[in-house]
Design a protein around this ligand. Structure first.
Ligand code: F6R
Length: 369
């Protein structure tokens, strides 16, 4: 059932082109209009939404962080992302014009469920982005947008993450369409770019040899850091989480702009640092800022391992190792840049001899607090 792969996680990493493809399937028409009738929330009510709160835990929360950048950009609706277990134990402000979007692969995460229940009691409208048909969170929400990643067996989430980002993007585009925030031509272009993602993920999967070799050579490392900005920031957090979970390796992700505010003190000779570099075609200052961050850590002896967009020659000079991913619009980059980090973690954990699919102390679905 592992389809010839050494672990379910490896299989699921390779399922990602299909996971994104299937999540996009049938949700827009050829003219580039979103069709999300399945949501069954009155469009008039959705037009009233003046605040979005995304609730989730772990990897699903990182998908929410990625989505925040896109949703605010397209819909101009203030969007917060909060860990469900933090949200439910404070006194959050939600009302009938708040749209609460929960993200959960299993649909059974207790903290996420309780947070959704609370929000609903306060009158918020609740949409669940979920991978498991008929599970509890979608049943208790006003609406559901399923991710079609297929069953995820490995404890560490991979294909569900990319499918969650995809579904949240569709929701964001749908809200923008309803509210007339962006031109229909622009929605059509984003959809066209999303439709090209599966093929580009495949390209990333087909070129992992040197990265796997690098991972195997690093099995005695004690700590790995990850830096990113903008949508690359949650990708850095996710890269670090994957290493903690399955390779039992200390890893931390930072917003690259935070370096000077503390974390740069951690850098000494030989410290491996992954840097997720934004597209040089995006907001220009972001790319050059991240390139300076690479220089800063390198000047202190770090080993710089860089994920960058094809054609970005500027990073080569400062990088010990570069993984190039195909060109794609800046907001869609996480759907590509996450993949090498998943592969790195899976390969490193396997090299250490660990059970990649069943890491110690973790359960696939956290149905207790
Ligand atoms: C990480 C991982 C966890 C889950 C989290 C939420 O690889 O699997 O962090 O993402 O426990 O689970 P769901 O999405 O089922 O609510």
């Amino acid at each position: 059932e592992k389809g010839g792969f050494p672990s379910f996680m490896e299989k699921e990493i390779h399922d990602q082109p299909a996971a994104v493809h299937d999540t996009l399937l049938g949700r827009s028409d050829p003219r580039g209009r979103l069709i999300l009738d399945e949501l069954r929330i009155d469009p008039a009510e959705l037009k009233q939404v003046n605040k979005i709160i995304v609730l989730a835990c772990g990897t699903a929360a990182y998908a929410g962080m990625v989505a925040k950048y896109a949703i605010e950009n397209w819909c101009r609706i203030p969007t917060e992302v909060e860990l469900a277990h933090e949200f439910r134990y404070r006194d959050p402000i939600v009302d009938k014009n708040t749209l609460v979007v929960s993200i959960s692969q299993s649909g059974e995460t207790m903290d996420t469920l309780m947070a959704v229940r609370y929000a609903r009691e306060q009158g918020a409208k609740t949409v669940s982005i979920c991978n498991t048909n008929g599970s509890t969170i979608p049943r208790e929400s006003d609406a559901v947008l399923y991710t079609h990643a297929g069953p995820e067996i490995a404890v560490a989430s991979t294909k569900a993450f990319l499918a969650q980002i995809t579904a949240a993007y569709l929701l964001g585009l749908y809200l923008a369409q309803l509210r007339g925030n962006i031109f229909s031509g622009q929605i059509k272009d984003v959809l066209a770019d999303l439709n090209k993602i599966p093929e580009k993920i495949q390209t990333v999967l087909d070129t992992t040899g040197p990265l796997r070799e690098l991972a195997r050579s690093m099995k005695d490392e004690k700590s790995v850091l990850f830096l990113g900005r903008n949508v690359g920031y949650p990708v850095a957090l996710e890269g670090a989480l994957k290493l903690k979970e399955i390779a039992y390796l200390h890893a931390e992700g930072f917003a690259a702009g935070e370096l000077k505010h503390g974390p740069i003190a951690l850098i000494d000779a030989g410290q491996p640092v992954f840097v997720v570099v934004p597209s040089p075609r995006g907001r220009d200052s972001l790319h050059s800022k991240v390139v300076s961050n690479i220089q800063e850590v390198r000047a202190r002896g770090a080993r710089t391992l860089v994920i960058a967009e094809e054609g970005d020659e500027a990073v080569r000079e400062y990088a010990e190792h570069v993984v190039y991913v195909p060109e794609t619009p800046p907001l869609l980059m996480p759907l590509l840049t996450t993949v090498p980090l998943q592969i790195f973690a899976a390969e490193l954990a396997a090299a250490k001899g660990f059970d990649v699919d069943q890491p110690r102390n973790l359960a696939k679905s956290v149905t207790v607090e």
